[in-house]
Ligand binder design. Sequence first.
Ligand SMILES: Nc1ncnc2c1ncn2[C@@H]1O[C@H](COP(=O)(O)OP(=O)(O)OP(=O)(O)O)[C@@H](O)[C@H]1O
Length: 326
Amino acid sequence: MTAVIEIRGLRKTFRRLRGGGKVALDGFDMTVEAGQVHGFLGPNGSGKTTTLRTLLGLVRADAGEMTVLGRPSGDYAQVAHRVGAIVESPAFFENFTARKTLALLATAGGVAAPRVDEVLERVGLRDRADERVKTFSLGMKQRLAVASALLKAPELLILDEPANGLDPGGIHEMRTLLRDLAAEGVTVLVSSHILSEIEQVCDTVTIISRGRRVVAGPVGDVLAEHSKGEYLVRVKQLDRAREVLEGAGLTVSATDGHLVVAGVADAAEISEALGRAEVWLTELTPIGADLESVFLDLTATRPLPGAYRQVDDAVRVQSSEMEVVA
Ligand SMILES: Nc1ncnc2c1ncn2[C@@H]1O[C@H](COP(=O)(O)OP(=O)(O)OP(=O)(O)O)[C@@H](O)[C@H]1O
């Protein structure tokens, strides 16, 4: 596979007016392969936007190496026409219509005029194209931003929170759009806090916490690695099944007419133990980890009862250990 984005050891500290600095990126690494939809996740203030701005040449890194579409970051101007990006909400002239906004951007970027109607159709703004941007809702402005990023028919699309403000139908359409673009060979890097969306739409994922990569890989592998070996068990004799499974050394909890059995290395442990006691299974299903629980665990941002977590409270992962730093 070819890496479209390769980042190694990226460091950035922002100076503070009153002295000292804020470490935004602390040796961050990321690889995005061609043709994939890659999710970029991290808590507020973990360094996502700084990474994306550095990739696009808007922020100068203190150290590290980056290539975009095979070119080192210093040559970004030479690949900029092959990259479409929305990083933070773009500002549009409020008095212009959507069509005029895109037509101006198309002219400035040397894009053929018919492309404007194609992208308006693609983001669902065809019927509102001649209305002024100031009358647009947040979600409609977001659609316009995506349309502007698509104008150049980019090979690499970078989207920071594209679902921001979209209604459920719009989120669904955004998901379809990203998958369709990937099927056409476009590489998509998407940052989002809507983890269920990322889980559905992305092939691969990188999670950042306090400026460092805490996990990366195919979404399925990341979920499998963090699976807790839990199974949902349904049987007619619930109490008897619980007794048998606990007797076999398994951890069992009863919920809503079924059992959840934890710490299971192999499903056969459950079926054999129950079978020996002549308790017959009606359902045995592995309970997979979801991206939200993996994210909350790896970034140590799971809400604590009775406490208001502060944005910079998180973890720094060192090999397999987690050191909590407040
Ligand atoms: N221009 C700046 N000057 C000073 N500090 C900055 C600047 N830009 C970002 N930071 C700090 O760097 C850290 C990383 O910020 P960044 O915007 O990259 O986070 P993020 O992961 O995109 O967060 P969010 O999910 O809230 O958008 C934060 O602590 C932020 O306050």
